[in-house]
Each structure stands twice: as structure tokens, then as C-alpha cells.
Design a protein around this ligand. Structure first.
Ligand SMILES: Nc1ncnc2c1ncn2[C@@H]1O[C@H](COP(=O)(O)OP(=O)(O)O)[C@@H](O)[C@H]1O
Ligand SMILES: [Mg+2]
Length: 218
């Protein structure tokens, strides 16, 4: 146990964003470990799509089902939103209300970027569907782990051959658009976003994220 001051009583929602292979899961594990070492700090780690029983079934449909090569972008958008709607109500809101620290591997910005920028769904319905799914919860902090498309793809090469995840099978130009989408979004909402250089060593990335979390919430 460290001698950190007690976590504030209100819970906190931190989302982690960035293209596949940028290091989200790595950083969430590291940050969760650091938070768990603090007295009175309850940590909940979850992911999107998924995080609930219903959400995990939707995740399977979106990411691994053999049927999904026929999926339309609109269907994809609504399935992501369905998983998110369930996660918010079943896990995130109750956890935040109970004063917990929630770390979410992807959240609403993934939809804005992937379905908006990369798949070019119009902004209006996308925003409305996002708003409907999340209600009034907004992350207290969103960490974008930023890496060039080639680096992210290189890191997940083995995943692509191991499993038929549609998102991971997209090409370099798709990933470059996703990266740019996150950077544009982060620039437009500087108070909520922290962009970290994901090409640095994992412990350096972790330290940068930790400094921000510490400064904001402790
Ligand atoms: N900062 C880093 N430098 C080098 N390799 C990393 C770094 N962070 C993560 N990795 C490696 O890259 C791969 C993808 O990381 P992961 O955390 O799973 O990314 P994501 O969850 O964003 O897809 C893993 O093999 C991981 O060990
Ligand atoms: Mg991951």
C-alpha cells in the first residue's frame, strides 16, 4: 500500500483510446496496478465492445463471427451502441456512483473515429446514436495512446493471422485515418483528452499517464 492521499469519493471514468496495437491494454493493466496499490481505491477494468454478458455476445458478433463479413456499417454502428448502452447502465454508472475508478478499454470516441472518420457515417446520426447510448456520462479523462499506423500494425501482426477480427484486418491507410481522427478529436476537446506518445517504452508511457491521473484526481 502506498501513502497516496485517498481517492476522491466521487468515482472516475477514464477511457483509453487509439488504434489496435497502440498499447491500450498494456497501459490499462499498468495503471490499474498502480491504482490498486492506493488505499481505498476500488478499480474496475472493462472493455468495449463487451464488458457485460450481453455486451460480450455483441462483441463476438462484431469481431469474430463468420457471419460478419456481410455486415453493413450502419448495423455495425448500432451494435457498438447496443453494447455501450448496456455497459453504461449495468456497470459504469453504478461503479462511478459507488466511488470506483473505472478504466474502460475504448468508449464512445471509438465510434466517433472508427464509424465516422474511417467508415464515413454522417456525423448527425452518429452523434445522436452515441448520445442515446451513453446518456449523460462523459469520461473524466480520455487517454489516446498515439502510434503511427505502421507501428500499431506491426505489433499486432500475429493477432491478424491468429483470428479473424475484422477491425484488425483493415489496411494501413485505414489505420492512418483512425489515428488522424483521434488526434483531431483530441485537439477539439483538450480538457478531456490526453495524447501520449505510444512509441516510447511502456514504463515511460505509463508514467506520463500516471502523472496526469495523479494531477487531476488525487
Ligand atoms: N510502448 C510499447 N512499446 C513496444 N511494444 C508495446 C508497447 N506497448 C504495448 N506493446 C506491445 O504491443 C502489442 C499490442 O499492445 P496492446 O496493449 O495489446 O495494444 P492494444 O490493446 O491497444 O491493441 C503487445 O504485444 C504489447 O506487448
Ligand atoms: Mg487491447
Amino acid at each position: 500500500m502506498t501513502k497516496e492521499s485517498e481517492i476522491t469519493k466521487k468515482g472516475i471514468l477514464i477511457s483509453f483510446e487509439g488504434s489496435e496495437g497502440c498499447g491500450k491494454s498494456t497501459q490499462i493493466r499498468r495503471i490499474a496496478d498502480r491504482l490498486e496499490a492506493i488505499d481505498h481505491c476500488d478499480v474496475v477494468v472493462t472493455r468495449e465492445p463487451g464488458g457485460t454478458e450481453i455486451g460480450e455476445e455483441v462483441r463476438h458478433l462484431l469481431m469474430h463471427s463468420t457471419a460478419n463479413s456481410a455486415m453493413h456499417p450502419e448495423t455495425e454502428l448500432l451494435l457498438f451502441a447496443a453494447s455501450r448502452a448496456q455497459l453504461v447502465r449495468e456497470l459504469i454508472v453504478p461503479s462511478v456512483k459507488a466511488g470506483k475508478m473505472v478504466l474502460c478499454d475504448r468508449f464512445l470516441d471509438s465510434t466517433t473515429v472508427y464509424q465516422g472518420v474511417a467508415r464515413q457515417i454522417a456525423e448527425d446520426p452518429l452523434t445522436q446514436i452515441n448520445d442515446f447510448a451513453v446518456g449523460d456520462i462523459v469520461p473524466d479523462l480520455t487517454v489516446v495512446v498515439d502510434v503511427p499506423a505502421e507501428i500499431g500494425l506491426e505489433r499486432i501482426k500475429h493477432r491478424i493471422s491468429d483470428m479473424p477480427d475484422r477491425m484488425e484486418q483493415e489496411n494501413v491507410s485505414f489505420y492512418a485515418k483512425v489515428r488522424e481522427g483521434y488526434l483531431i478529436l483530441a485537439r477539439s476537446l483538450p480538457d478531456r483528452f490526453l495524447v501520449v506518445d505510444g512509441t516510447k517504452a511502456p514504463h515511460e508511457v505509463e508514467n506520463e499517464i500516471w502523472q496526469e491521473i495523479h494531477a487531476r484526481f488525487f
